[in-house]
Design a protein around this ligand. Structure first.
Ligand code: AMP
Length: 385
């Protein structure tokens, strides 16, 4: 029996397992004691283990951990914040895909930006700041606004600061949160897009159509694929950048690349060594989903179809942010009766938390765009302003 172990127990692990069970794969989930595991209940064997501080050379501990995971053939991740020594320790016993080096490079914003620069892949202008004096140097070089991002533990806009006025810089200098940071020049982008691709253990690659994404307060709200009016040249550039990354990292699995579009330029903002929220529409697009392709890739199987007909979209269901008037989200509210396929992750409601999503499909672009806006209004109403 094929068994895959997933490090992490969130919604991405859930959706990987839901697709994998259909393929006859069994799952073990490795989670830390403080991690919430509502998403993966009933989908496989859950192992709660305090693994974060294991030393890479503690062979006996990893042997025990590997046994406790029921000896999977392949181990993968649903998040990038996994200690790399743990991945390296487990790699003695099973294939770890993507490989520990790929996770190492992409879990840290400075290493990631430096990797992109080394491969001549365009990004926002940036410097790596080790102390606040370096942030001031970036301010003098780039002007305002500035984005400051902690190199680790930053997702959905967390551990990020936007400086719009000189007084914001002074406040940052006074508060001096833990660094180092990547300091980026503000990009006046026209829109944000992402490319999701997969490379199999046998070297085969596939790419999904590029997706246009709308974020609010750093969190993805809705996606539309294919991104309308994106030139062939830009699509080719995006695929070329990802191919460079695949080759450089000897990457296996799904990789996500988030980009800014500015005129006819594509600037890469962020990489994720895993399945990605902006690829959730692939679940109901009549093709092989990003989750299935990730599993096929790490198992060394042929990859599935990524070519779509018509237009696809997704709207995230986030926990209510309206703290004055909290309205816990429940399956069964009005948006459930709207067009589309509803996905619910079985989590408890918290402001801004990703609780589920709705996928929609259509032949007419304008109609699908309207549906996405309507769903956004239904879910977020006044909070959209
Ligand atoms: P990140 O955590 O890097 O994905 O950033 C979250 C969101 O903040 C992005 O999706 C953009 O909307 C915005 N953002 C991040 N960096 C920049 C930048 N250098 N210029 C303009 N907007 C940015």
């Amino acid at each position: 029996m094929l068994r895959v172990a997933i490090i992490g127990g969130g919604q991405l692990a859930r959706m990987l397992a839901l697709d994998g069970l259909r393929l006859g794969v069994k799952f073990s989930f490795l989670v830390e004691p403080d991690e919430s595991t509502q998403c993966i209940e009933g989908l496989g064997d859950k192992l709660v283990w305090d693994f974060a501080d294991l030393a890479e050379d503690d062979v006996d501990a990893f042997a025990e951990l590997y046994q406790a995971l029921h000896r999977p053939q392949v181990i993968t991740v649903e998040k990038e914040a996994v200690p790399v020594p743990v991945l390296r320790g487990l790699a003695r016993f099973a294939e770890v895909r993507p490989n520990p080096e790929s996770v190492y490079q992409t879990q840290h914003r400075a290493r990631e930006k430096q990797l992109l620069s080394r491969l001549s892949i365009p990004t926002a202008n940036f410097i790596v700041a080790y102390e606040v004096a370096d942030v001031r140097a970036a301010y003098e070089a780039f002007g305002l606004p500035l984005f400051i991002k902690a190199v680790e533990s930053g997702y959905d806009g967390k551990n990020q600061w936007q400086l719009h006025a000189p007084s914001d810089l002074e406040q940052f200098e006074r508060e001096c949160p833990p660094g180092p940071w990547v300091v980026e020049q503000h990009v006046k982008f026209d829109r944000e897009v992402s490319l999701i691709g997969a490379r199999s253990a046998n070297g085969e690659t596939v790419f999904y159509p590029i997706t246009e994404n709308l974020h609010r307060q750093g969190i993805l709200i809705r996606s539309l694929a294919p991104a309308p009016n994106l030139s062939e040249a830009m699509q080719n550039n995006a695929r070329d950048y990802m191919t460079r990354l695949f080759n450089e990292l000897d990457y296996v699995g799904v990789l996500a690349m988030e980009c800014f579009v500015r005129g006819d330029e594509l600037l890469v903002n962020e990489l994720a060594p895993r399945v990605h929220n902006s690829g959730h529409w692939t679940m109901n697009a009549g093709i092989c989903s990003q989750f299935e392709n990730h599993l096929r890739a790490i198992l060394g199987w042929p990859l599935g179809c990524t070519e779509i007909s018509g237009h696809k979209g997704m709207v995230n269901i986030l926990g209510s942010r309206d703290l004055q008037n909290p309205r816990p989200r429940q399956p069964g509210e009005a948006w459930l009766s709207s067009a589309g396929t509803f996905h619910w992750y079985n989590k408890t409601d918290r402001p801004g938390r990703k609780l589920g999503h709705i996928n929609v499909c259509g032949d007419d672009l304008a109609e699908l765009q309207n549906t996405l806006v309507e769903l956004d209004e239904l879910l977020y109403g006044e909070q959209r302003k």
